[in-house]
Design a protein around this ligand. Structure first.
Ligand SMILES: C=C(O[C@@H]1C=C(C(=O)O)C=C[C@H]1O)C(=O)O
Length: 262
């Protein structure tokens, strides 16, 4: 199969125009998600780690947190949350059907790629790396509200990371020949190189650190009173992006591309 016929083949797969299929506007959505992520991090960091929330509990077949997430996701599934391809459940098995009909939006993603869900990985990263980094030690007994804040934060992280599917689709459509070669060879390293823009990543890490300073400052009416007083350490936010959010987004991009031609 030569390059020209490959090009023709891949360009004919799914012609569609959509806001989600323009890298500039998609990057704007990613920038907006930063605000949601940082605000929800600040909200979770208000409470101590509250570790009994995550321990196995008799009567709950798992932890209180798992129970809270499963029940919340069941309500949200009924209200149609997971009809959107941008939303992924943390416990997708056995969710009740939506009571609302699908909105009939155009499927712009490869169907196999669209079903990628790395929430289990996100959840493990959250328990193991993130919670110890952003919370203080202690137990104030506010388990339900803590679980609610956790879920908000996790959903924001998950949404941002899974937008990698759309990023990958756009990048593929912009350079189908280069990507097709790497996909046919199932060459993850080449795919990773092709989709990486280091300057964009550096800019993001700096911007989220700055946003954490702005969103997390104490505001009162005396100027300069609270300089340097932040609700979460801004460098933690930059680390969150550098070590987890960006690498996991790129992982989703690679996984998506690997099955793009299926
Ligand atoms: C998401 C993109 O792909 C990659 C991942 C990035 C991220 O997760 O922020 C940023 C730049 C790229 O290396 C993109 O190009 O915008």
């Amino acid at each position: 199969i030569d390059d020209t016929s490959l090009f023709k083949y891949v360009s004919e797969m799914g012609n569609c125009s959509d806001d989600m299929l323009n890298l500039d506007s998609l990057r704007k959505s990613l920038v907006r998600e930063e605000d949601t992520i940082i605000f929800s991090l600040i909200e979770r960091a208000k409470y101590p780690v509250n570790s009994p929330l995550y321990d196995e509990r008799p009567g709950f077949s798992g932890s209180l947190f798992e129970f809270f997430v499963k029940e919340s996701e069941a309500v949200q599934a009924k209200a149609g949350r997971y009809l959107s391809v941008k939303e992924n459940a943390f416990f997708p098995d056995n969710l009740p059907p939506s009571l609302l009909p699908p909105r009939g939006s155009q499927q712009v993603l490869n169907p196999r790629g669209a079903s990628i869900n790395i929430n289990e990985q996100i959840l493990n990263m959250y328990y193991k790396n993130l919670l110890p980094l952003i919370t203080s030690d202690g137990d104030d007994g506010n388990y339900a509200i803590t679980a609610d804040r956790d879920l908000d934060f996790l959903q924001a992280l998950s949404r941002r990371i899974h937008l990698g599917k759309f990023v990958a689709e756009i990048k593929f459509r912009e350079s189908p020949q280069d990507y097709t070669r790497a996909i046919l060879a199932q060459d993850k390293d080449s795919l990773m190189k092709l989709l990486t823009f280091e300057s964009v990543e550096e800019m993001i890490k700096k911007r989220v650190e700055k946003k954490a300073m702005v969103f997390g400052q104490d505001v009162d009416l005396n100027e300069n009173d609270n300089v340097g007083n932040y609700k979460v350490n801004p460098s933690v936010v930059s680390r969150l992006y550098g070590e987890w959010v960006i690498p996991l987004t790129k992982f989703v991009e690679v996984e998506y591309l690997l099955c793009r031609l299926d």
